[in-house]
Write a protein that binds this ligand. Structure first.
Ligand SMILES: [Zn+2]
Length: 453
């Protein structure tokens, strides 16, 4: 494997600091200036993007303005991780420059933050970050793609994915059963096995319902359940994971550009427009070896971007580091469930994690890792291709396969760091196992519902 694959998940590279909310409060009361849009520059790819967004979202579907976004945020209960968005808005208030008139500002700012942090991480290595623009579109086939326009790269992310992973992650976290220490109240142990998940879901049946609703909402544009964190620990866990996931998504696209995966043939995506036609947009096309390379490089970019954000709370430092690093895997596991629902393959759930027997999954992962270590370009055996069905011919490897490759790399790094048996690391890992179990139980429930109408 090329040198960029070698990731160092060194234990000293702690995660981000908690957002500092206090100093930003007054700016939210100030009226914001009339906005200037980057898309007004006709030479910018944002000009192109705005036209695509207008056609696809429709004239009437303008997203929230900055003022509306701030006012919405103010009406909701305070939350640690949202402090950051407020802070970011305030820091740039007055001269905030928005990309296009049709952009969803919330997701855009989250992606921009992730992108800025990755660029800062890259700068430390002396690498020059490429010119990257950010935007959202309702691409369904994958969660993010890169379009090249002249010298500019436009990282396009599915407009719903950030909301969806927020809910799915929060629900997966709630299936974990933490055992508090008697004296301190800190987490003393974690109970995780399929029985724990089942008993958690039996006690809180709305978890499975909300989880199913979130997945269906992503696929069918039905209303998304609104979920909020309830205490400081839950907020810390969730915001750390979500932060990691944002950086993993954006980092994966940066990796394609940095690894020069851009000279391959392009694929065209057809996205339906508001008026009933469709817009065809070319995206950079890759093979599976390049996708896996981009995942591993994205892990490195995540770590680089987190190096200076040392967690102020020493007690939570290892927990934060583990949650942040494993969030890349959790993201892929949760989106494996999404791919089953979005049904980009004609055979639906075939080839998903839940529907592929463990022994075959293991043999596929071993085979893929073996081929990659020899530097071969990936070729699935006939037997494996049959098991994965239409997923075998998808532009990206199945999400669970990507997750299995990443988790082996991360496990190894934590093992080498001598902390693989630490409770904090076990917590981050167990949430991943729970997420798989959650999906298995969801599919079981769906099947039962179909069987007994
Ligand atoms: Zn990719």
């Amino acid at each position: 494997m090329p040198a960029l694959f070698l990731i160092v998940i060194a234990w000293h590279s702690d995660v981000h600091a908690q957002p500092d909310t206090d100093k930003h409060h007054d700016c939210l009361n100030k009226p914001h200036q009339a906005q200037v849009f980057l898309s007004d520059n006709k030479k910018s790819a944002y000009h192109w993007l705005e036209k695509k967004q207008r056609n696809i979202y429709g004239e009437d579907a303008k997203p929230l303005t900055l003022e509306e976004l701030i006012s919405n945020l103010e009406k909701r209960p305070p939350r640690m991780d949202r402090g950051d968005v407020r802070g970011m808005l305030c820091e740039t208030a007055g001269d905030i420059v928005l990309p296009t008139r049709y952009e969803s500002i919330g997701p855009y700012l989250s992606l921009k933050r992730a992108s800025d942090l990755i660029r800062a991480g890259l700068a430390k290595t002396g690498d020059v970050a490429p010119d990257v623009l950010l935007g959202t579109l309702p691409i369904k086939e994958t969660n993010a793609e890169t379009h090249k326009r002249g010298k500019e790269y436009v990282i396009l992310t599915n407009h719903q994915i950030l909301n969806t992973i927020y809910s799915l992650t929060l629900i997966a976290n709630r299936t974990a059963f933490f055992i508090p220490a008697e004296e301190t109240g800190a987490i003393a142990a974690i109970s995780t096995n399929s029985d724990t998940v089942k008993s958690r879901l039996e006690k809180n049946p709305e978890l499975l319902t909300s989880y199913h609703k979130s997945i269906v909402a992503f696929s069918n544009k039905t209303p998304h359940p609104i979920l909020e964190t309830t205490d400081i620990l839950e907020t810390f866990i969730l915001s750390t994971q979500i932060d990691g996931m944002h950086r993993f998504i954006v980092g994966h696209e940066y990796a394609h550009i940095l690894l020069d995966h851009v000279s391959r043939t392009k694929r065209n995506f057809d996205i339906p427009t508001a008026k009933g036609g469709s817009e065809s947009i070319s995206m950079l096309g890759y093979d599976w070896s390049q996708e896996i390379a981009a995942d591993l490089t994205s892990l490195s970019l995540m770590q680089l971007s987190a190096m200076e954000d040392r967690d102020k709370n020493e007690e939570l430092a290892l927990l934060g580091h583990a949650l942040f690093t494993y969030s890349a895997v959790l993201y892929l596991v949760l989106t494996d469930a999404l791919s089953s629902e979005v049904n980009r393959c004609t055979i639906g759930k075939t080839g998903s994690y839940s529907n592929t027997p463990e022994a075959i999954r293991k043999s596929i992962v071993d085979d893929v890792i073996d081929q990659l270590s020899r530097g071969n370009s990936l070729k699935l055996s006939e037997q494996h291709a049959t098991v994965l069905a239409c997923r075998a011919s998808s532009s990206h490897p199945p999400q669970w396969l990507r997750a299995e490759i990443l988790i082996r790399t991360i496990d190894q790094a934590f093992e080498e760091g001598g902390v693989s048996e630490a409770l904090e690391v076990k917590i981050a890992r167990s949430i991943i196992i729970n997420a798989y179990e959650l999906e298995r139980l969801r599919l079981e429930a769906v099947q039962e519902a179909v069987a007994s109408p």
